[in-house]
Design a protein. Structure first.
Lengths: 203, 110, 528
């Protein structure tokens, strides 16, 4: 026997199981951040409420709607490929990517706005505002930053799978890569579902 | 790789895979879930504006968890997966709860 | 008869056939070589520390250098040797064979894991020689010193992050393999207890490592951007850092010990020709240790300033986690009782493991009690405890497994008398080196100090001499294992007469492990 090709086997459920297990690690990664958030909010409740006033709820809500809709389009792309509707699947994958990019553009404007107003890590203005507010903004940048990184990674993964769909190596017969890309994308959505109230709805 | 029918477990696995793959969820289900998610988002904004103090946060986490459950159950296909997947999802949830919970025995009582 | 996996025609020629392999057996050996190389580095650092501490007032290195050395000793031993340790080397090689699979579920992810490990190790080694010099914070990187020190903390911590990613992916791979790729007839209850141990360990690797990842990332962000999350000057809580660090690092010690317990559990039935006593209890105890291990991290923080409520709760939970380990020790002894015992090297190392691990475990209870913890925290008592459980426990178990699976991996037998001679040196040297530390710690000698009061001279001298005896044992053992690769007697398929699946194929196995996937009809320790 030779080893010229890696030992491959088709195990649809195994491939999904692997992805779900990987998602568990992401839940724990963000879980650690939620732990830090919950501790500091408990200890600095009033400051967190005041700092929360600086957040733009509209952008937050729009971004929430964007991600929820992108989850829908992702699911529709999988339905499409299952019915062998290749172009429809590609359409929905492309829309998902565009929605993801819109999310990131919003984030860019949001962060630029905060930075222009002097709210960024180690800024003299922030340092003068006291511990609670420093912690709130520190957590804001870290958590939404790492989340945005995952949005970017998700977009790249979907882009990669879109190319595979065009080439038909993802098809109605073998679409687990698309499903797994979808699972990752939905998790990114779930994380934001929790980030939204924690940062934008403290009033 | 050729399916080797001499290997019974492979045959079982093949049948299992086919069964899960065959479940067809109509698109209308997903659209209804999406609409529910939008409504819940609106609800959570309302709950925040009602200014119930820290109860706002409890309500918001509850609503967020409902939304997350909908995404997990329908969009992530958990409803149609094998039972083992449904059991396994509790493991990270319980783990995160434990690490936050036990830490708070320190934070609350210092 | 198929050629062994060593002679496979590979996709890439020569050494690249190893570096870019997807064969779990080759990957296991890649890990074995790299982790043992890092072990050698860690041992050298340890011997240097012992040399510095041979006598009060005598110095061969500066205080700063000493701090860097104990930091690197910890980082290398923990992250580059013992955590990948058994799972990545023996687990990779043996587990797929034991479940009757041709490879792991995701072979390409498997080699990616190894490359992440190597890259992480390279980054850690680089941090010793660049910028502000090697970190001097201890392997625990406590705040606030780790965000204030000018040494290369960010680089070292990033290296550890990469190694953590490697560990997480391996956990995911092994879990999927065990769930999905077992041979026909291999029910959960017919798996070996080594595989059960790898299964439980993989859950810990999967779920705990991400918490370390985020903690390390936050250190880097604190050092570069001043986000304030851990900086006390900005409202950050150093105790919160300790919580997050130990939420990973305590379960991490179970990543270290559980696979070693699995290895010795496979060895005992074979060398006493008797089915294992308490199969279900042992399997369940591996899972129990994995679970309860998540509940006890606060026992590293009893003197840190945590609330009294938290301290009492963590102390109570710590006593609970000892129970499943006790279940295993009783089961092992019951398995040996009235067995037909052959005292081969694997069993000798196993018995050493049981004895040394028990001492380590019992002293853990002393530390778990709040009042006594206050007395011993930060002293050499702690150092002795964890070396007994990790070195006398996990590493001794690793050595037992190495000897046991040696013929399967290399197709040759090591020399039995040399193996036993090495054991004698190891056992005597180990106890001289570390038992002295129990005495020193109890008498009040602090840890992580480059000097000490003259009244501690006696046990320190014994300890340093012990380190030389131990080193001699390691040299003899590794000489034996390496020399036997070329000069050892050829081994048959099943030199031990074992019943688990890895022994039902050739030594070494062919690339695809089995000519035909076996159909399993009996248990792994069923010798009839």
């Amino acid at each position: 026997m030779n080893e010229t090709a890696p030992i491959e086997h088709r195990d649809y459920i195994g491939a999904k199981l692997g992805m779900w297990l990987f998602l568990f690690t992401e839940i724990l990664l963000f879980g650690g951040m939620f732990l830090v958030y919950s501790v500091y909010r408990e200890v600095n409740t009033a400051d967190f409420h005041e700092a929360g006033m600086e957040m733009n709820m509209t952008i937050g809500a729009v971004n929430t709607l964007i991600l929820l809709t992108s989850s829908l389009t992702m699911v529709l792309s999988i339905s499409a490929i299952k019915s062998d509707a290749k172009m429809r699947s590609i359409f929905f994958q492309a829309v998902t990517i565009i929605l993801g990019l819109a999310f990131l553009v919003n984030k860019y404007f949001e962060w630029s706005d905060h930075i222009r107003h002097g709210f960024y890590p180690d800024s003299p203005q922030l340092l003068a505002m006291g511990h609670g507010k420093i912690l709130f903004f520190g957590l804001y940048y870290v958590m939404t930053g790492i989340h945005a990184l995952h949005v970017l990674i998700g977009i790249s993964i979907i882009g990669f799978v879109l190319i595979l769909t065009l080439r038909e190596s993802v098809s109605g017969k073998d679409y687990v890569k698309l499903e797994n890309a979808g699972l990752f994308w939905h998790l990114v959505d779930v994380i934001w579902i929790y980030l939204f109230p924690l940062f934008y709805l403290i009033l | 790789m050729e399916e080797s029918w001499a290997e019974p477990r492979l045959r079982e696995k093949f049948m299992e895979d086919k069964q899960v793959e065959r479940t067809h969820v109509p698109n209308r289900v997903f659209v209804i879930v999406w609409i529910a998610l939008l409504c819940l988002t609106g609800l959570t904004i309302k709950a925040a504006q009602m200014k119930m103090g820290e109860w706002s946060m409890v309500a918001n986490i509850a609503i967020a968890s409902t939304k997350a459950s909908l995404v997990l159950w329908f969009f992530m296909h958990l409803k149609y997966e094998k039972r083992v997947f449904k059991l396994l999802i509790f493991i990270p949830i319980i783990t995160v709860s434990i690490i936050i919970g036990l830490t708070f025995f320190d934070i609350w009582y210092r | 008869m198929e050629a062994s996996f060593y002679h496979a025609k590979t996709r890439y020629p020569g050494i690249f056939g190893w570096l870019f392999t997807t064969d779990h057996k080759r990957i296991g050996l890649l890990y074995l070589i790299s982790t043992l190389s890092f072990f050698a580095v860690g041992v050298s650092l340890g011997l240097t520390m012992r040399l510095e501490l041979i006598r009060s007032g005598m110095h061969i290195i500066s205080a700063q250098t000493y701090n860097a050395i104990f930091t690197i000793h910890g980082v290398v031993m923990v992250f580059l040797f013992i955590i990948p340790g058994i799972p990545a080397s023996l687990g990779n090689f043996v587990m797929p064979l034991q479940v009757g699979a041709r490879d792991v579920a995701f072979p390409k992810v498997n080699i990616l894991s190894w490359w992440l490990f190597i890259m992480g190790g390279t980054v850690v080694v680089t941090s010793l020689f660049t910028g502000g010099g090697p970190p001097d914070t201890g392997w625990t990187f406590y705040i606030p010193y780790s965000i204030r020190t000018g040494t290369n903390v960010s680089l070292a911590v990033f290296g550890v992050f990469l190694i953590g990613l490697s560990s997480t992916l391996t956990g995911m791979n092994f879990l999927t393999t065990i769930h999905r790729l077992r041979a026909p007839g291999m029910t959960w209850k017919r798996m070996t207890l080594f595989t059960w141990a790898i299964y439980a360990t993989s859950w810990i690797q999967l779920l705990a490592t991400p918490v370390l990842a985020i903690t390390l990332l936050l250190i880097i962000m604190e050092r570069f951007f001043g986000v304030g999350i851990f900086d006390p000057a900005k409202g950050g809580d150093p105790i919160l850092f300790e919580h997050m660090f130990w939420i990973y690092s305590h379960p991490a010690v179970y990543i270290m010990i559980v696979p070693a317990m699995g290895a010795v559990t496979d060895i005992i039935p074979v060398f006493s020709r008797k089915n294992i006593f308490g199969y279900t209890a042992i399997a369940a105890s591996s899972l129990a240790i994995a679970f309860v291990g998540y509940l006890v991290w606060g026992h590293h923080m009893f003197t840190s300033g945590m609330s009294d409520t938290a301290r009492i709760i963590f102390s109570f939970l710590t006593f609970l986690v000892a129970v499943p380990s006790g279940v295993k020790v009783y089961s092992w002894i019951a398995s040996l009782y009235k067995g037909s015992i052959t005292l081969g090297a694997p069993l000798l190392y196993t018995l050493g493991f049981i004895f040394l691990f028990s001492i380590g475990g019992l002293t853990g209870l002393i530390q778990g009690a709040l009042a006594t913890n206050l007395h011993v925290h930060g002293t050499y008592f702690i150092v002795a405890h964890f070396h007994y459980v990790i070195f006398g426990g996990a590493v001794m178990g690793f050595f037992a497994g190495l000897h046991y699976w040696y013929p399967k991996m290399f197709g040759r037998m090591y020399e039995e008398h040399l193996a036993k001679l090495a054991w004698v040196f190891l056992f005597i040297g180990f106890n001289m080196l570390y038992f002295s530390m129990f005495v020193l710690g109890w008498e009040g000698m602090p840890r992580r100090y480059y000097d000490y009061l003259p009244r501690f001279n006696g046990p320190n001298l014994v300890s340093t001499i012990g380190s030389w005896v131990l080193a001699m044992g390691l040299i003899i053992m590794f000489y034996n294992l390496i020399h036997s690769l070329f000069a050892g007697a050829k081994a048959g398929d099943n030199p031990w007469g074992a019943a688990s699946l890895e022994w039902q194929t050739s030594s070494p196995p062919p690339t695809e492990n089995f000519e035909d996937i076996p159909v399993v009809t009996k248990g792994p320790y069923d010798f009839k």
